[in-house]
Design a protein around this ligand. Structure first.
Ligand code: NI
Length: 136
């Protein structure tokens, strides 16, 4: 019996979507408002989902207190109220799209989750636009 537990978290961050090798006009055409050279913010909503067999002693797949702290240390401390392009090392040369942010978060959390558990990261950039990544 495999069950999925979920923990929601939140961070605010600024970004700009652009390619250095494209001019502002082309960046605007492809990335729209998200390519504003002066950056802009999003209220990101994060859902971290861990799937596995519940531990027979505790009945937990994973202690959600531990998951909460893990998300706090690995994600919120590094991303919250930051400019992702400028202040977060992973995005120095990586466009901070919702897709890439979700992959970066997954890679930070994966080593901290039991090996036989599956990890999925869902990231809302707006209430209607969201992406999910499970390491495939
Ligand atoms: Ni944006």
């Amino acid at each position: 019996m495999r069950i999925t537990v979920h923990r929601k978290a939140h961070f605010n961050a600024a970004h700009r979507l652009f390619r250095k090798d494209w001019d502002d006009e082309r960046n605007l055409e492809v990335f729209g408002k998200c390519s504003n050279p002066n950056y802009h913010g999003h209220n990101y909503e994060l859902i971290v989902s861990v799937t596995g067999e519940p531990n027979p002693e505790t009945g937990f797949v994973m202690d959600l207190k531990i998951l909460k702290e893990l998300i706090y240390h690995e994600v919120e401390e590094s991303f919250d109220h930051k400019n992702l392009n400028i202040e977060v090392a992973e995005f120095q040369d990586l466009n901070p799209t919702a897709e890439n942010i979700a992959v970066v978060i997954w890679k930070k959390l994966r080593p901290e989750i039991l090996e036989d558990h599956d990890l999925e990261v869902t990231l809302y950039e707006t209430p209607r636009n969201f992406v999910s990544y499970k390491g495939e």
